[in-house]
Design a protein around this ligand. Structure first.
Ligand code: UD1
Length: 416
């Protein structure tokens, strides 16, 4: 999909089923490298990022077969290579997640050093210093991270200066096969970390403290295989909620876990979105009133997720009143703002803070998406705007939203 054309201004009605979580599926598929046993992973979303990781695993010799609509059988009995090449890491930075598992099981890994990306520097220093503290020798040569370990990695105490989802995951995966106990202090607490941890525990790992900022892992010699069902995508669920808040209407969401969405739901309620919890679904409804402006400051979980900052900017652009949006996780994650201005939004940016003066209407325009969540924001803006919006740069959206066009069409959107 290169471009989307949206005729906005139609309220959304109907139901949507939330897919499996991208950010949980990627580490869980990487964790399949930790043992040779067969794993059956279900609720895996059909996304470009998942396809990229599967290509990477297959290129190393991992056998992957699709056994159901969203279920895969993964077997990493023997590998032919321990290398994650530039062309795949360049497509998706989360490829760095194979580093910890490869090193822990095979004592060797060569992973292309991820460069910067659209939303910021995204350094991997904490991944590397953590592995070094566990005894790995690491050199950076010709654009590659070359990591070796003589024998098993050694359990140790690690402290992170910044909360990092990826570094917590990589080190947790490395530590499950290490000799002795590893403690990760100032660990990330995101639900996806808990999902990965639950999966590792199911396959034989000894982990405590999941969901807290201190995770303790007692290394084991081997993991087994088994099954695992990936959690629902909380950011996808929240994106549909933000769409209803911006566009109006009434929608039922299936497979959403509201326990993962406390911060987002609190802010959406403040903006005027109504939630009705049913036994197996959530009904959300926006009255015909304009949303209310709501201040947002992104923070690691359980704070407001940076991945929802761009979609929320659209709600505020259409809201009654003025709001302040502060991005604290990434240095360059307000790139949707100039595009939203092309659609009439009143937003000024200084450093990483956006001041939004809401207005009752946006109008359609040609805009370009810079990254995954900015794409979602522009789609929501297009759905809310008067007239035609043409969005290009949409290769990003397929990385993280399963069937987004069909799901919005199902809700009555005019989108091609
Ligand atoms: C993950 C999510 C992404 C989300 C982000 C923050 C996946 C596949 N992606 O990305 O959707 O937006 O968490 O919730 O799960 N940092 C360092 N050194 C490091 C590692 C990180 O300085 O070694 C910095 C980053 O530059 C960034 C901050 O820490 O400023 C948070 O990054 P991190 O939590 O690691 O994000 P990802 O795991 O890449």
């Amino acid at each position: 999909m290169n471009k989307l054309c949206i005729h906005g201004g139609r309220q959304l009605h109907g139901s949507v089923s939330v897919s499996g979580s991208k950010n949980a599926a990627l580490p869980i598929l990487s964790a399949c490298l930790l043992s040779g046993g067969e794993k059956h992973i279900s609720n895996v979303p059909n996304l470009k990022d998942v396809e990229t990781l599967m290509s990477l695993l297959k290129a190393m010799g991992v056998k992957i077969s699709q056994t159901g609509a969203s279920t895969y059988c993964v077997s990493a009995k023997k590998l032919s290579s321990y290398t994650a090449p530039y062309d795949l890491v360049k497509k998706m930075r989360a490829s760095i997640l194979v580093l910890g598992p490869l090193l822990a099981r095979f004592g060797s890994a060569i992973v292309s050093f991820p460069g910067g990306c659209a939303i910021g520097n995204r350094s991997v220093d904490m991944h590397l210093t953590g592995l070094q503290a566990m005894g790995a020798q690491i050199i950076i040569e010709h654009g590659y991270i070359k990591a070796e370990s003589e024998g098993r990695l050694k359990g140790t105490e690690i402290y992170h200066d910044t909360v990092s989802v990826g570094a917590t995951e990589n080190l947790m995966m490395a530590a499950v096969l290490a000799d002795g106990k590893t403690v990760i202090n100032n660990a990330a607490r995101e639900p996806e970390i808990i999902d990965l941890g639950k999966c590792l525990i199911k396959w034989g790992a000894k982990i405590t403290g999941l969901g807290s900022s201190k995770i303790e892992i007692e290394g084991v010699e081997k993991l087994s295989g088994g099954t695992f069902n990936v959690m629902p995508d909380r950011i996808e669920a929240a994106t549909y909620m933000a769409a209803i808040a911006s566009v109006g209407g009434k929608v039922t969401l299936f497979n959403a876990n509201i326990n993962h969405l406390s911060a987002v739901i609190a802010k959406l309620k403040e903006s005027g979105l109504n939630f009705f919890l049913k036994e197996n679904c959530i009904e959300i409804e926006m009255s015909n009133e304009q949303p209310k402006a709501v201040d947002i400051k992104t923070a690691p979980y359980p704070g407001f997720p940076t991945d929802m900052q761009a979609p929320f900017t659209v709600i505020n652009a259409l809201a009654k009143g003025t709001s302040v949006i502060e991005e604290t996780i990434f240095e360059n994650r307000l790139m949707h703002v100039p595009e939203l201005r092309r659609m009439g939004a009143n937003i000024s940016v200084k450093d990483n803070i956006a001041r939004v003066d809401g207005r009752a209407e946006l109008f359609g325009a040609e805009v370009t998406a810079s990254d995954l969540r900015a794409s979602a924001a522009l789609i929501i803006a297009g759905l809310a705007a008067k007239g035609e919006t043409i969005i290009s740069g949409l290769e990003h959206v397929e990385r993280g939203y399963e069937d987004i066009q069909d799901k919005f069409k199902q809700l009555g959107a005019e989108i091609t």
